[in-house]
Design a protein around this ligand. Structure first.
Ligand code: S3P
Length: 428
């Protein structure tokens, strides 16, 4: 397990950075291009470990995927030409691969088995397995198929109407993919708004779907055609530098070409509410995805309550938002975020434990946390708990601590942001 020690306090961050491609969109681009007929070129693909799990899954099913830096050339031959993997598929740490691919594998006419790492093996899969079984999927797995490893027998699925029990873009996308590969129509009724990259991107591959309020309907049996795509920068990665610039004295940072999809930009809303000096402009649309530059400078922050609808819109940014809250005047309350308990690690526990080690006034709640800001933070030894976003939060904390911060198990940052430390150094 590798560790790194970061010196405390910096003069301030300045300059520009381009964060790697969006993780959610990168996964979807690989899946849709692999199911399509023809060659799709994906640029600014996120070359993090998670997205390569999705790439490897399709390679095991016979898809030729060439890589050159952050460009992928995916030579799809259509769904019919996919072949049964001879070995189990390793989903690694990737929840998105596990959930979305469960939708795909359930509907392919062959047997597949899949497993994940220790963290992924603890994460709930019944949220996709149960609705897939209602469509006729034959899935076996540990603990009544609630957890990986899972085995998919592959069968003809029937389209149906699903009323989602969890608010989750992964579940929605898994069911839409299963619906696309099924007989008949599938409607997914969301429990609340979640990221809509699947709905925005599928039409680019020639797929028709209908979005009416919280209901999305897709007809089975549609063929996908290849499509080129430039992946926007990941707002979830950009969030670390937004907060870094806001809390570090003497900072002014511009993050270029960030995806600003309105189902993902909650971090900007939250920082605005906290009084941050942040602004952005949308300069391009890639397909239906808005892309822009975000500028942030040192800010005087105030505590806020983050709850309800906003939570899904910034779910992956809560660890770094909690760090921002330690630097704000007054109390920040984060609630309705119980989903954090089943992310790569229990993120409520991991955030509270780490920020307490730095001397922050922070308490866990079942569905979030309460942070009283304005206390100076000391240095310390923090644990990423193998979770990339916790590791990056720890690194950003070192910008404001009195002493150095050591981060245990820093390797996990490669899951979503391989050049993170390089970019942090550039801005320092
Ligand atoms: C993702 C959806 C979110 C998010 C995850 C990526 C996606 O998970 O936390 O990092 O790409 O669909 P849930 O759908 O489980 O909320």
């Amino acid at each position: 397990m590798s560790e790194v020690t970061l010196e405390s306090k910096t003069k301030g961050l300045s300059g520009e950075v381009r964060v790697p491609g969006d993780k959610s969109i990168s996964h979807r681009a690989v899946i849709f291009s692999s199911l399509a007929e023809g060659t799709s070129t994906i640029t600014n693909f996120l070359t993090g470990e998670d997205c390569f799990r999705t790439v490897e899954a399709f390679r095991q099913m016979g898809v030729n995927i060439e890589e050159e830096g952050s460009t992928l050339k995916i030579h799809g031959q259509g769904v019919q030409k996919l072949t049964a993997p001879t070995q189990p598929i390793n989903f690694g740490n990737s929840g998105t691969t596990a959930r979305l691919m469960s939708g795909v594998l359930s509907a392919l006419p062959f047997f597949t088995t899949a497993y994940g790492d220790e963290s992924l093996s603890k994460r709930p899969m019944d949220r996709v397995v149960l609705p897939l079984k209602e469509m006729g999927a034959v899935i076996h797995g540990r603990n009544s198929s609630s957890f990986l490893p899972l085995a998919f027998s592959g069968t003809t699925l029937r389209g149906m109407r699903h009323e989602l029990k969890v608010r989750s873009a992964q579940v929605k996308s898994a069911l839409l993919l299963a619906g696309l590969l099924s007989e008949g129509d599938t409607t997914v009724v969301e429990k609340g708004v979640t990221r809509d990259h699947t709905e925005k991107l599928l039409p680019q591959y020639g797929v028709d779907l209908e979005v009416k309020g919280s209901e999305i309907t897709i007809s089975g049996g549609q063929a996908l055609s290849a499509s080129d795509l430039q992946v926007p920068g990941d707002i979830s990665s950009a969030a670390f530098f937004m907060v870094a610039a806001a809390i570090t004295p003497g900072s002014e940072v511009t993050i270029r070409d960030v995806g600003l999809n309105e189902t993902r930009n909650g971090i900007v809303t939250a920082l605005e509410r906290m009084g941050a000096s942040i602004d952005y402009d949308i300069h391009t649309y890639i397909g239906d995805e808005p892309v822009g530059d975000v500028r942030v400078s040192t800010s005087t922050l105030e505590g806020v309550t983050i709850e309800g609808e906003l939570i899904a819109n910034l779910i992956d940014e809560i660890p770094i938002l909690a760090l921002a809250a330690t630097q704000a005047e007054g109390e920040t309350v984060i609630k309705d975020a119980e989903e954090l308990r089943v992310k790569e690690t229990d993120r409520i526990y991991a955030v509270v434990e780490n920020l307490k080690r730095l001397g922050a006034d922070i308490e866990a709640r079942d569905d979030g946390m309460v942070i009283k800001g304005g206390r100076a933070l000391n240095g310390g030894v923090l644990d990423s708990f193998g979770d990339h976003r916790i590791g990056m939060m720890a690194a950003i904390a070192s910008l404001v601590t009195e002493g150095p911060v050591t981060i245990l198990d820093k390797e996990c940052i490669n899951i979503s942001y391989p050049p993170f430390f390089e970019h942090l150094d550039q801005l320092r």
